[in-house]
Ligand binder design. Structure first.
Ligand SMILES: *Cc1c(COP(=O)(O)O)cnc(C)c1O
Length: 369
């Protein structure tokens, strides 16, 4: 049996580097609650991501969930079903109603030409996702938000380190939420962040991530516990030193995939966006069975037989989840539905061997008619 290739593999610094980084924690006995590692990582990320303000959290999901709470939203939030469960759950867990907008067939991000028809007098915000690191149509979305007085919260979990028109991607919208989960381009084991402009939002968020406690005798919000601990922050400090190199290696993997798969009938590769500095987070491929000669599921199975594990990401759409008991009409997002049945995200991580990329592509090509 050929060697196993999983869809992703977490980036880790040299072990000695991490051990060195956490020595201070043994000296200080300060394990969590916004200690020195937390502060240092926060400052370094503010610079690296080129944003006004950033706050660090336990994970990407809490950054979305607490952002919606901190903005004190009520009513309906226009969002996309072509995303990870977290995006939709953050809306529903805040007592808000998700209203699903269809996506663009090339970027897989929210289609801005379909937003306005979904706006009602209950709409309070737009929550698009920069899916696979593809950047949404930021100008069009902002124009609509301004016209109707809506907040814009980006799920930027896939876009660590990207820039759009030379500006940090996290600087767009009212708030941009990042994930530093083990499987992401940059990880703090588990972790997340919010990037924002409004200092009042920052104060509210800081409270909400610590039970809404303002000071020892005042609790002024029904908060949660979502503070990044010192060990996670230390991992982030180490990984941040290597992230540019990791992204450069990912780029090589992506280029190898493209060299192998570009121009094959029935295969659509990810769009290249000229204004975006990419982080090469994912390599999604759309298989059109009529022209390619095999379905997405057949390709998935052929890869599995060769010990290669791609991911049906994003399938199923969040508006079809069992937990929502068919309350959403999936036929209203036909492009997203089409993509979710045809997409396969191929293995991609910094240390993926280029010969393995060739092998993956050979298996894919052997599925074609
Ligand atoms: C990873 C991810 C999240 C959630 O982040 P966690 O850190 O795992 O909580 C949310 N949205 C998207 C698009 C993601 O990929």
């Amino acid at each position: 049996m050929s060697k196993q290739i999983l869809v992703t593999r977490s980036s880790m610094p040299p072990m000695e580097e991490y051990i060195d980084e956490i020595k201070d924690i043994w000296d200080s006995h300060w394990l969590t609650n916004m200690g020195p590692k937390h502060k240092e990582l926060q400052k370094k990320l503010e610079e690296y991501l080129d944003v006004d303000h950033i706050d660090l959290l336990t994970n990407g999901h809490m950054s979305l969930e607490l952002t919606l709470q901190a903005l004190n939203l009520q009513g309906e939030v226009i969002t996309t079903p072509f995303t990870f469960a977290s995006t939709t759950h953050a809306i529903v867990r805040n007592g808000l109603t998700p209203v699903f907008c269809d996506v663009d067939p090339k970027t897989y991000c929210m289609d801005p030409t379909k937003i306005e028809e979904l706006i009602t007098d209950r709409t309070c915000a737009i929550l698009p996702v920069h899916v696979y690191g593809n950047v949404c149509d930021i100008e069009a979305i902002q124009k609509i938000a301004d016209k109707y007085g809506l907040k814009v919260i980006y799920d930027a979990c896939h876009t660590f380190g990207e820039t759009y028109k030379g500006r940090g991607i996290g600087s767009y919208g009212d708030v941009s939420c990042f994930s530093f989960h083990a499987t992401k381009v940059f990880n703090t084991i588990e972790g997340g962040a919010v990037c924002y402009h409004d200092e009042r939002f920052g104060r509210d968020m800081y409270g909400l991530k610590n039970f809404g406690i303002r000071d020892q005798e005042t609790v002024d919000a029904v908060g949660a516990n979502a503070k990044m601990n010192e060990f996670c922050a230390a991992m982030g400090l180490c990984n941040l030193r290597h992230v540019d190199e990791e992204i450069a290696k990912r780029k090589k993997v992506v280029e190898r995939y493209r060299a192998n798969l570009d121009g094959i009938d029935g295969i659509q590769l990810n769009a290249i966006q000229p204004d975006v500095k990419s982080n090469y987070a994912y390599f999604p491929v759309i298989f059109e069975p009529e022209t390619f000669g095999a379905t997405r599921n057949e390709v998935f199975d052929a890869l599995s037989k060769n010990n290669i594990y791609a991911r049906k990401y994003f399938y199923p759409l969040t508006n079809t989840f069992e937990c929502f008991h068919r309350q959403f009409d999936v036929t209203k997002t036909p492009v997203a539905l089409h993509l979710s049945k045809r997409v396969l995200t191929l293995p991609l991580y910094a240390d993926l061997d280029l010969n393995d990329v060739d092998r993956i592509c050979e298996v894919i090509k052997s599925c074609a008619k």
